[in-house]
Design a protein around this ligand. Sequence first.
Ligand SMILES: C[S@@+](CC[C@H](N)C(=O)[O-])C[C@H]1O[C@@H](n2cnc3c(N)ncnc32)[C@H](O)[C@@H]1O
Length: 227
Amino acid sequence: MDEWVRRQLAEDPSRAERFQLMCDLFPFPHDATVTILDVGAGYGPVSMFILDRYPHATCIAQDGSEPMLNRARHLVAKYGERFKLHQSDLFEVSWLPEQFGPFDAAVSSSCLHNLRDFKRIREIYGEIRTHLKPGGAFLNADLINAPTAALRQRYDGVAATRRHREGAPAEDLAEMVRHGRRSPATATRGPFPATLDQHLAALKAAGFKDIDCFWKELRRAVFGGYA
Ligand SMILES: C[S@@+](CC[C@H](N)C(=O)[O-])C[C@H]1O[C@@H](n2cnc3c(N)ncnc32)[C@H](O)[C@@H]1O
């Protein structure tokens, strides 16, 4: 996990553009007093991004992993009552910290694909929708499958070309394969639980409106809708 966190931290500057987009899509102004649910918050990068820009916001960082939440715990010292931790397993019916809701927005970053269970993800969309205020936003930045086998191959080709252009030495890649580690490029290869179209359909079935993909690059996307 340490290696994963290190890699994510290194990627945080580029992830910040997506986090900013999520904030720009919130249905409230910067000075609003709001409560935001961060699903699979991990070490808290999305919550931290929001709390730095919304001085009256409270973020509830939900995650199933105690070590991950421990990494986020230092944010309690920084933000006090504006940052709360909630440990629960997304496969449990009662995972949602409803005592802090209803929420003005819910966000999730790089989490739900880990469940590897699209049926459960569809249910979670419904559970989030039920706990949003009218007009509240759900914004999910996650990994998705390519829509066709041909595009999957093409995306693999793009990833390989980028890797080459960025100068990843062949021996480093061979080493990663030998040790069963995934390079950043293969880490986005999948298969993931669903395509973008399937996610958008699931959001519609969960009762969201104004559903869209707000940003996409190969197998990464930011999508969501409003309650
Ligand atoms: C890839 S990390 C993303 C963390 C953070 N949102 C980010 O963008 O850096 C995925 C997170 O999902 C959490 N997670 C995975 N499966 C879960 C489950 N079944 N219940 C609760 N959390 C889970 C993991 O503990 C981990 O913190």
